[in-house]
Design a protein around this ligand. Structure first.
Ligand code: NDP
Length: 332
């Protein structure tokens, strides 16, 4: 097996030299076990946290769509496709115990003609992050104004479209002219490049009555700019803070500043963070609804594909440089 490990835990945007690829022998398959081979591997922003908390020699954590190539488990014969979390590995042995945890190992159901890589994106963890994180925490109502950042990414692009399905007015931000065009192509009217447009000025103009729902993927300065524009009784879903992930306190630097309490109190705003696994017991509800919306043409999705396992670090680092449009995946 080829395995990517942490070589150095460094401050700032990760570098390719922070990772090393080694070769390992996969132990023989015992009763109840399977050996899987990666087909699609995911790179996600959360991996930065894992790396920051990890140590040299650890396998980089992550999910993949994989094919069972050897099996001593009748429930999971050779040829079965699965979603698993063995990390950045080409081949892995999954024990009988490991196969019991539904969030470490699931058999891939038929995606109705949709490419299997979607199980790492729109029909997987990021899709459900958009579905539950937006609908449950923002409780959007038709006619309300919704702000979404990292809007051309895996989660953000889905939130924009779900907000539209719910009849909201969406104001989206992304980091390049091509991404702005892409989000507009999804039917979102108000899309801005936060690198060239001032977020606060945009909101003064486009959301004169305030922002009812703010789905935050970015945190930091971006969120500071949005807070004063929140309407009374606004809801903020704190999904991610990618602008701060490379300055983690655990890496010896300060994280983003404290919340603006005055604004939160006076406007009676609800701010709530979440981990998507809060909705584990309703997991398939989200996936099935999104699949239905894709079928109806109400949700479109994009993937940025890198070819080759050797490109795992490069593709991961690209997330922090805005290189991906839609879900970033690596084809083994
Ligand atoms: P994306 O596909 O959106 O990729 C990351 C994007 O973030 C980049 O393409 C870039 O887009 C943007 N970005 C990178 N650095 C910065 C920066 N410094 N300031 C502003 N934007 C930046 O990733 P995902 O859709 O997978 O994840 C989106 C967010 O959701 C992340 O914060 C992630 O951690 C979070 N998340 C949270 C979950 C939860 O359970 N709470 C589960 C899954 C994801 P651009 O070019 O537009 O800048």
């Amino acid at each position: 097996a080829k395995v990517w490990r942490i070589k150095t835990v460094s401050q700032g945007v990760p570098k390719e030299s922070d990772f090393e690829c080694i070769t390992e022998t996969v132990p023989p398959c015992q009763d109840g076990e399977v050996i899987i081979e990666a087909e699609w591997l995911s790179v996600d922003p959360y991996m930065r946290y894992r790396i920051a908390r990890g140590k040299p020699g650890d396998t980089v954590y992550g999910s993949q769509v994989a094919k069972v190539i050897e099996s001593k488990n009748p429930d999971c014969p050779v040829g079965t496709y699965v979603v698993s979390y063995p990390g950045w590995r080409s081949h892995s042995k999954i024990t009988a115990e490991g196969m019991k945890d539904p969030f470490q190992f699931t058999k891939l159901s038929d995606l109705g003609g949709i490419r299997r890589s979607a199980a790492l994106g729109i029909l997987g963890m990021p899709g459900n992050t958009a579905y539950f994180g937006f609908l449950e925490l923002c409780s959007p109502k038709a006619g309300e104004t919704v702000v979404v950042n990292a809007a051309a990414g895996a989660v953000g692009s889905a939130v924009c479209q779900i907000a539209k399905i719910k009849g909201c007015r969406v104001i989206a931000f992304a980091g390049s002219p091509a991404k702005v065009d892409y989000v507009k192509s999804l039917g979102i009217e108000h899309v801005f490049n936060y690198k060239t447009d001032d977020v606060s000025q945009v909101l003064t103009k486009v959301a004169p009555n305030g922002v009812d729902c703010y789905f935050d993927n970015v945190g930091g300065d971006f969120t500071e700019s949005v807070m004063p524009h929140l309407a009374e009784f606004a809801r903020v879903s704190v999904c991610g803070a990618i602008s701060t992930y490379n300055q983690l306190p655990s890496l010896g630097s300060k994280s983003s500043g404290p919340f603006p309490s005055g604004i939160i109190i006076s406007k009676q705003i609800r701010i709530e963070g979440f981990m998507v696994y809060r909705w584990s017991s309703r997991w398939m509800e989200g996936i099935n609804q999104i699949a239905q919306w894709i079928k109806e043409g109400k949700i479109k999705y994009e993937e940025s594909v890198s070819n080759g396992f050797e490109n795992m670090p490069k593709t991961f680092i690209g997330l922090f440089q805005g290189e991906n449009l839609g879900k970033a995946v690596v084809k083994y």
